[in-house]
Design a protein around this ligand. Structure first.
Ligand SMILES: [Zn+2]
Length: 289
């Protein structure tokens, strides 16, 4: 089976992107895995600090490992947005394939030093663990927002500068880089089209850094914007908010349809299938299927 590093290299060669989907429970896990398996494409399961607290750090690692072995399938696990070295270490020790150290709120110097420490730890762990970091502000939470958050989006002054990114990547030795190119976490209410990606900036950053780029805050981005970004050097796309919305809607509908049902595996099925549908649609788009 190919490693995550190989899966990403392969995606860049094919000018497609690997989908990254966040989960916090078993339904989410199966939704993502089954969608990928159905389409025969590699996939990354993401779990942020909050999501990991809920599902369990070692438990989610064991889950991914068991499915990877049983199906011999390229499914990988990423510790999404991690704000301390201790939590990065915890995820690496648990067996995660990749970690994101998020020092975007720190000064460039502090972010560089802390990221470097995470890379050093990953390099000596005995496995090939990829480390990702980011520069420029892309918002923080995967929720439904009333308006574009202050300081993000194309009008924000937090857009990543290619030359600063290149220096940061070189100094830290990271494997993957998450730029701010108009993307932001969360989704603006009733308006799917507000996210515009600066694909020229994406290709400039890709050229300058020479590492695969990761697009965070993908939810609510149009298909055209995604395709242009992938063509310009985005190798991984993160989707979270849209899955959360699908889960909740699927669950609400199930509970309405079967008001007397008390077996979780029956009424949770609607939530799982609603998530799976979103993952399938995104994977088709990202993989040009
Ligand atoms: Zn993110």
């Amino acid at each position: 089976m190919m490693t995550l590093r190989e899966a990403i290299t392969d995606a860049i060669r094919k000018k497609v992107a690997v989908g990254h989907f966040n989960i916090s429970n078993l339904e989410g896990f199966w939704a993502v895995f089954r969608a990928a398996q159905k389409l025969g494409v590699p996939v990354i399961i993401g779990a942020s600090e909050g999501e990991r607290d809920f599902i369990g750090v070692k438990q989610v690692a064991a889950l991914v490992k068991s499915v990877r072995e049983e199906f011999n399938y390229p499914v990988y696990l990423n510790a999404d947005h991690t704000y301390s070295f201790e939590k990065v270490k915890e995820a690496i020790d648990a067996g995660f394939d990749a970690v994101i150290y998020d020092g975007a709120k720190l000064s460039l110097e502090e972010n560089t030093a802390a990221t470097k420490k995470c890379v050093e730890y990953a390099r000596q762990c005995g496995r090939d663990v990829l480390v990702e970091a980011e520069l420029g502000f892309i918002g923080q939470s995967s929720k439904i927002l009333d308006a574009v958050p202050e300081g993000v989006g194309l009008s924000g002054d937090a857009l990543t500068k290619p030359e600063v990114a290149a220096k940061f990547v070189k100094e830290t030795g990271i494997d993957l880089f998450a730029p701010s190119v108009g993307n932001f976490h969360g989704m603006v209410k009733d308006s799917g089209a507000v996210k515009k990606i600066d694909d020229v900036r994406v290709s400039e950053i890709f050229k300058a850094t020479e590492v695969p780029l990761v697009l965070h805050g993908g939810s609510g981005t149009s298909d055209e914007e995604f395709l242009a970004a992938i063509k310009s050097g985005i190798a991984i796309v993160h989707i979270n908010t849209e899955l959360r919305v699908a889960y909740r809607k699927g669950l609400t509908l199930s509970l309405q349809e079967m008001p007397d049902e008390i077996a979780p595996y029956k009424y949770l099925k609607g939530a799982l299938l609603a998530m799976q549908k979103v993952v399938e649609e995104k994977l088709k788009l990202f993989n040009n299927l």
